[in-house]
Design a protein around this ligand. Structure first.
Ligand code: IMP
Ligand code: MG
Length: 197
C-alpha cells in the first residue's frame, strides 16, 4: 500500500522540486496538490453554506495551515475560533484520552460551525469535540479534515469534507508534526521509521 501510494504520487508529478524543503523525506502530496484539493473543498463548502455565515473552528496546532488556506477558498462571511486538545504525545502513538486544553472563545449556539482538523485518525479527538460542541446547540456542525485514515478508526465518526483518504501511514508537514517538529514543511511527507531523528 505504501509503495503503491508513492508510485501514484510520483505519477502525479510529486517529485520534490526543492530538495531543501523536503529534507530528504518522501513527499506524499505536494504543496500544489494540496492547493488544488483545498480549492475544491472550499468551493464545495461555499455551495453547501448557501450564503449563510460560518464559524470555522480549528484544532490547534496541526490544523492551523489548513484552516488558513481553506478559509481563503471559502466565499462566506466567516469568523475563526480555535480549540486545543491534549496532544498526541511525543511519538507516533496516541494515549487514548482526550482533554480540552483551550476552549472556544465565543459561543457557537445557533451558528453554522465547521470543525477543521488536520487528520481524522482514531476519531477520538473529533468524537470528543463533536459531543462537546453539540451541547452548545449550533445550527449546523460539519467537519472538514485534510487527511482521513479510515482504517485506524476507534470511534464511529466521519468527516463531511475529506481532502485525501490515506492508509495507515504516519505523515508530517503542512501543520502536522512528529514530536512537534516538521510542521513547517510545505508538502505532506511520509515519516518513515528509519528516518534519522
Ligand atoms: P485521533 O484522535 O486519533 O483521530 O487523532 C487526531 C490527531 O492525531 C490529529 O489531529 C493529529 O494531531 C494526530 N495524528 C494522527 N495521525 C497523525 C500523523 O500521521 N501525523 C501527525 N499527526 C497525526
Ligand atoms: Mg491535530
Amino acid at each position: 500500500m505504501h509503495r503503491r501510494l508513492l508510485l501514484e504520487a510520483r505519477m502525479r508529478d510529486t517529485v520534490c522540486m526543492d530538495t531543501k524543503t523536503c529534507q530528504g523525506l518522501e513527499v506524499l502530496y505536494t504543496r500544489q496538490q494540496i492547493v488544488d484539493r483545498v480549492a475544491e473543498m472550499g468551493a464545495q463548502i461555499t455551495r453547501d453554506l448557501n450564503g449563510e455565515k460560518l464559524v470555522m473552528v480549528g484544532v490547534l496546532k496541526g490544523a492551523a495551515f489548513f484552516l488558513a488556506d481553506l478559509s481563503r477558498a471559502i466565499q462566506a462571511d466567516a469568523t475563526f475560533d480555535f480549540v486545543a486538545t491534549s496532544s498526541y504525545g511525543k511519538g507516533q502513538r496516541t494515549s487514548g484520552a482526550v482533554k480540552l486544553i483551550k476552549d472556544l472563545d465565543e459561543s457557537i449556539e445557533g451558528k453554522n460551525v465547521l470543525l477543521v482538523e488536520d487528520i481524522l485518525d482514531t476519531g477520538l479527538t473529533l468524537a470528543y469535540l463533536r459531543k462537546l460542541f453539540l451541547q452548545q446547540h449550533p445550527k449546523t456542525l460539519r467537519i472538514a479534515t485534510l487527511l482521513d485514515k479510515p482504517s485506524r478508526r476507534l470511534e464511529k465518526i466521519e468527516a463531511d469534507y475529506v481532502g485525501f483518504s490515506i492508509p495507515n501511514l504516519f505523515v508530517i508537514g503542512y501543520g502536522m508534526d512528529y514530536a512537534e517538529r516538521y510542521r513547517n514543511l510545505p508538502d505532506i511527507c511520509l515519516m518513515t521509521p528509519d528516518h534519522p531523528e
